[in-house]
Design a binder for this molecule. Structure first.
Ligand code: OFO
Length: 170
């Protein structure tokens, strides 16, 4: 059974939202690089890769369900933050917003009795719990490291160890 027109439109919007997330984190990665925080830059770069994978998950799903993918312009992200903390505060805020979008998709699946879509979205629902928890944890750590260059350096080293593992979305 093909997805409804409304569902097709909403998932296409989500592809754009995920690509915007990717673009936002790539911008943060560049800013961290400019601040000489290479570990932070690495963390945000991997976050960028994850967001592209999220977008691809939705894209593949639309095609699998016989829908049409329509790519639209990606809004330019912010390019300047005052500190590493400002970037992580924005990350937390942004992920909470993305969670609301994913919840909207899950609610639409229920409304349309599209159980397959609901099942598919549940991967993203769980992923958002993880995304929000991780961003929140790092945000608290950056807060604790404020005004303490040694602690910030240690955190930078830790964030530099993050590696990209392509998620299996299904
Ligand atoms: Fe796609 O999870 Fe972040 O935005």
């Amino acid at each position: 059974m093909a997805i409804s027109e409304t569902m097709e439109k909403k998932i296409n919007e989500q592809i754009n939202a995920e690509m915007y997330s990717a673009y936002l984190y790539l911008s943060m990665s560049c800013q961290a690089q400019d601040m000489n925080l290479k570990g932070f830059a690495n963390w945000f770069y991997i976050q960028y890769q994850e967001e592209v994978a999220h977008a691809m998950g939705f894209l593949n799903y639309v095609q699998e369900r016989g829908g049409k993918v329509t790519l639209t312009a990606i809004e330019g992200p912010k390019t300047q933050w005052d500190s590493a903390l400002a970037m992580f505060e924005e990350t937390c805020k942004h992920e909470a917003y993305v969670t609301s979008l994913i919840n909207g998709l899950a609610a639409l699946a229920v409304q349309e009795n599209d159980f397959a879509a609901g099942h598919f979205f549940s991967w993203y629902v769980k992923e958002q719990v993880e995304e929000e928890a991780t961003a929140g944890e790092i945000c608290s750590e950056v807060k604790m490291a404020q005004g303490n260059p040694g602690a910030l350096l240690m955190l930078d080293r830790e964030l530099g160890t993050r590696t990209f593992v392509a998620p299996i979305i299904k």
